[in-house]
Write a protein that binds this ligand. Sequence first.
Ligand SMILES: Nc1ncnc2c1ncn2[C@@H]1O[C@H](COP(=O)(O)OP(=O)(O)OP(=O)(O)O)[C@@H](O)[C@H]1O
Length: 202
Amino acid sequence: MTDLVLDNLGVGTLSPVSLTVPGGQVVCLSGPSGSGKSRLLRGVADLEPHDGRVFLGDTAQLDVPAHQWRSRVVMVPADSQWWFDEVGGHFPDAAKAGLPSALGFSAEVMSWSVSRLSSGERQRLALWRALSLQPEALLLDEPTANLDNDSTRTVEAWLLDEIRKRKIAVLWVAHDPGQIHRAADAHYRIHGTSLERVHGSD
Ligand SMILES: Nc1ncnc2c1ncn2[C@@H]1O[C@H](COP(=O)(O)OP(=O)(O)OP(=O)(O)O)[C@@H](O)[C@H]1O
């Protein structure tokens, strides 16, 4: 179990943020559109210039090459990127074979063309792709934003189960108070340029 620690992390106009996400727990972030939630996640992923420090257990972000950091601290952006024509090209064989039923696909999806995927299909597959990397920390930017209510509840329950089982430290951007209530061990909200704790430990 590895903790993710933000130590005076400053990204964009947001005041420096210090918080700890214990392995196996979910810290939800909410706040108005444009307040800096995605940029904060991108700073944690080392995809955005920032001040301050981030640690994964004993490892400082500054001490490892960015690609190594991002193989352990995996971000799932709101709009996922796909490089190959076929879905299966993005998954190792074990992940292709182990596609969870909760995601609602038949095994054939691996031979589908990426261009035919709906936004919700992309989002569900991007979550499985991220988990297939065996991350120690996950940065989820509105992971169910493109899903209907039933799919949201199914995918959310599956995701939370995986997070707890694998003891992944998770920063999860969410707007829906119901989802935050179900998922969050702690909840922080951006107000102006500050991140304020709503509930949960520091
Ligand atoms: N590279 C950049 N340089 C300067 N400003 C940026 C950059 N990237 C994003 N911004 C601005 O920073 C602000 C925060 O953007 P961010 O994407 O983090 O918002 P957000 O809280 O995730 O919003 P939403 O809920 O709409 O996704 C926005 O005003 C955006 O235009």
